[in-house]
Design a protein around this ligand. Sequence first.
Ligand SMILES: [Zn+2]
Length: 76
Amino acid sequence: MAVAGACCDTLAAVLKGPGEGAEPALFLDEDGALAIVVATLPTPGGLGFFDKTASYCPFCGAAQRIQDNQAQGVDS
Ligand SMILES: [Zn+2]
């Protein structure tokens, strides 16, 4: 898999986003790896979210490119 998110039409469509201001729960992070939002947290500054890097496509099961597998913890 050369590029994360390029394995199937379903994932490609999801990554494009649903439009109309909605945010997809799957996206490519700054390293180009497939990330999935696993939790959200309301904060005074807006909705925070936690994401994790996915090793496999949730739709077709294809292995995804992992840029940095040593990353740990979550972003907010
Ligand atoms: Zn796929």
